[in-house]
Design a protein around this ligand. Sequence first.
Ligand code: FES
Length: 106
Amino acid sequence: MVTITFRWADGSERTVEAKPGESVMEVAKRHDIDVIVAECGGSCACATCHVMFEPKTFAKVGAPSEIEAAMLDFAEERSETSRLSCQIQVEQELDGLVVQLPTRQQ
Ligand code: FES
């Protein structure tokens, strides 16, 4: 089992269980993390599943693909460590991941 902590912009947090193979977006939706809208359902076509990471964590999660990076241009609070959560697959190695949520999606 993998645990993921979602951290809201106000600093509040919620730690949930995730299964390897699902996306971080799917984990958020399954646990009703409502800041993750995921309008397109995970096909990298909306940017409403935008999340951010601490720099050290971002290095572990990895940089976005070219297509994902282009879609991230539509995310309001895009930062150097932004990703689309539908494009991040849960792996055992990501146990303890802390996901920073934006204030809101576009
Ligand atoms: S759910 Fe639409 S880009 Fe991730």
